[in-house]
Design a protein around this ligand. Structure first.
Ligand code: G6P
Length: 372
């Protein structure tokens, strides 16, 4: 087993380190000689994809958070409404699905029963299903109209890491493909966005190389019993994923919130010393997202929060309000989740390790939930 872990203490640690490769491999072979995106495994008529008027992403757990991230990108690039729904909720609520609906099922294992039932239900209603799957030969791709494989390699640790980054990458490729097909974007814009994506593995590597500071912080927080996570825009699902990782691995009550929602409730949770992670968007991005979150950090700090901030290299505006800063390389806003989630994964793993817990096999959890 030690050899399988490639010299790391756990599969999770190894899989965190596999992430640059997982993203790079998921991007491989997606363009033809002219640079246009091609999805070989796609067996749906292009005219059907051009006519799609709604996308519903169905998934469970971490895979569902990758869908939440992808929603921002796909709506922005394709101008198609995207809903993201937990597969078990989708299945039992009489969803509005028809021939013009594209259902995207995201799953690492390809065997999650709730997701499989959602796929069957969608197809019965006439929808086309594209699945984003990591495991070849699994059930969900067999029952889908098309498959886009993530090339993360086998993921052994129960808590998902590299599959998550690969799922976001694959969903972005799908978004760009649809944008190309439907004429929402010019080829040169798509090529530029693909170049941005191809630059991510190197940046993810940089975040991993900076991991020791995250680990040291986690070790000093071994006694924490409640940790909050805030984010906006694509940083919101990153906050949710950071909280999930901490619950799964360290058995700490952790919750993620949209930072804009603070005043509507969560701020009541803040008292002296309360640790709060904040995912800060790029200061170079549009829409004043950055200044909004800087005010949120000030608000919680004024009430005693201990702020653990994930910020872009060079973002000096957050420094005065951050108790700890975990720096990540600069990237376009939509791609930032591929970087921002990594310190949160490392934090959860290191805190669980400090508590003496088994990070690969957390209590009560299974890698793949094949019952409803
Ligand atoms: C389980 C695992 C999670 C995973 C979820 C969905 O709960 O513990 O890590 O995110 O299932 O699994 P899937 O294989 O469908 O991605």
């Amino acid at each position: 087993a030690a050899a399988e872990k490639g010299g790391f203490d756990s599969f999770m640690d190894k899989e965190i380190h596999d992430q640059p490769q997982a993203v790079a491999d998921t991007l491989l072979g997606r363009t033809d000689a002219t640079g246009a995106l091609v999805l070989d495994d796609l067996r749906i008529d292009e005219s059907v994809l051009r006519a799609v008027n709604k996308i519903i992403v169905v998934a469970c757990g971490t895979a569902a958070y990758s869908g939440h991230v992808a929603k921002y990108a796909i709506e922005h690039w394709c101008r198609i409404p995207v809903e993201v729904e937990l597969a078990h909720e989708f299945r039992y609520r009489d969803p509005i699905v028809d021939e013009r609906t594209l259902v995207v099922a995201v799953t690492q294992s390809g065997e999650t029963m709730d997701t499989l039932m959602a796929v069957r239900h969608a197809r019965e209603q006439g929808a086309k299903v594209i699945s984003i799957v990591n495991t070849h030969g699994s059930t969900i791709p067999r029952e889908s109209d098309a498959v886009l494989y993530t090339h993360a390699g086998p993921e052994i640790a129960v808590a998902s890491t590299k599959a998550f980054l690969a799922q976001i990458t694959a969903a972005y490729v799908l978004g760009l493909y649809l944008a190309q097909l439907r004429g929402n974007k010019f080829p040169d814009e798509i090529a530029r966005l693909l170049d941005d994506l191809r630059a991510m593995p190197r940046k993810i590597q940089t975040v991993i190389e900076r991991g020791e500071y995250v680990r040291a912080t986690a070790r000093s927080m071994e006694k924490s019993d409640k940790v909050l996570f805030l984010g906006r825009h694509v940083g919101f699902p990153v906050a949710l994923e950071g909280a999930l990782k901490l619950k799964e691995l360290a058995y700490i009550h952790a919750e993620g919130f949209a930072a804009g929602e603070l005043k509507h409730g969560p701020i009541a949770l803040i008292d002296e010393g309360q640790p709060v992670f904040v995912v800060v968007p790029s200061p170079r991005g549009r829409d004043s997202l950055h200044s909004k979150i800087v005010s949120n950090i000030q608000e919680i700090r004024a009430r005693g929060a201990r702020t653990l901030v994930i910020a872009e290299d060079g973002d000096d505006a957050v420094r005065p309000y951050a108790d700890e800063i975990f720096w990540i390389p600069q990237a376009p806003t939509l791609l930032q989740p591929l970087l921002a989630v990594v310190p949160l994964q490392i934090f959860a793993m290191a805190l669980a390790t400090a508590k003496g817990l088994d990070v690969d096999q957390p209590r009560n959890l299974a890698k793949s939930v094949t019952v409803e």
